[in-house]
Design a protein around this ligand. Sequence first.
Ligand code: 2RA
Length: 339
Amino acid sequence: KKFDVCVVGVTGAVGETIISILEQRNFPINNLYPLASANSTGKKVFCQSKSWTVQDLSTFDFSKVQIGLFSAGGSISEKYAPIAAESGCVVIDNTAHFRRDKDIPLVVPEVNAHAIADYTKRNIIANPNCSTIQMLVALKPIYDMVGIKRINVATYQAVSGSGKKAISELIDQTTKLLSGNTEVDVEVYPKQIAFNIIPHIDVFQDNGYTKEEMKMVWETQKIFEDEDILINPTAVRVPVIYGHSEAINIETVRKITAAEATNILSKANGVTVMDNREDGGYATPFVEATNHDDTFVSRIREDISCEKSLNLWVVSDNIRKGAALNTVQIAEILIEEYL
Ligand code: 2RA
């Protein structure tokens, strides 16, 4: 069976990657409707050996499609996802807008695919934040085996997480500085990002954490269906273009050795363990993760400072598995098991 699919935000970093993944995974498309703002209408999108014309989101009739993949910002999803859902289109939304809604499933296929069944409540499924997805793909097998009480995580997040403008800002700043300029334009971030790191992603909350950090708390508890698990994130922006990295320390309910963790992770869906204690024996965002589907796990070692505690280094392409691939994987389960 083939499906009529729309992709909302098709000109953005995630939208473009959704199109290429729909092609790579040969998603059964009957008609494809690339949707964007009025100033992008008429542009051509190529997918599955056909050219599709970008249409204006604001005038689109969502009754034409069965599935809508949204990645155009929270305000666009807030306005159009309910319209699409009421027209009978099942929406898979990449923004944070619906993630905490109790009637909307928040899904990482390798972790809680069963939750997709709840899509019927609002006809909307939420895609988690990229930094949450890679962390839970890596931690789920350990969580199931020995239980996890607490997670400490520091993230090293690529600028592509902020969109195309952030990528060009990093490149422009770097080029200028390497050419001897001392002044650079700073627009997307509060400070220069080239040759720098910024411990601030999304808005500050009253408790001193940023919203990006709190997303990792809220989303982990919802996806694991575990209100008791404790998460302590620090989210940092780094001058990398693609690929988020995370230094994770977990306290487990029952002891797990590094060898046991390596063994269970080596068999886990969507995980590649790359962990040799030698030069280059670990995953990095540019060399290993970019343009790959898997979540890479390295530096697996027992915590020397705490019994029943383990350290992991987790790296993944934030635009692919962190957004576009996870979205398409949810859509694949949707059509295989529900539509
Ligand atoms: C970021 N996770 O990296 C956020 C949104 N993609 O900026």
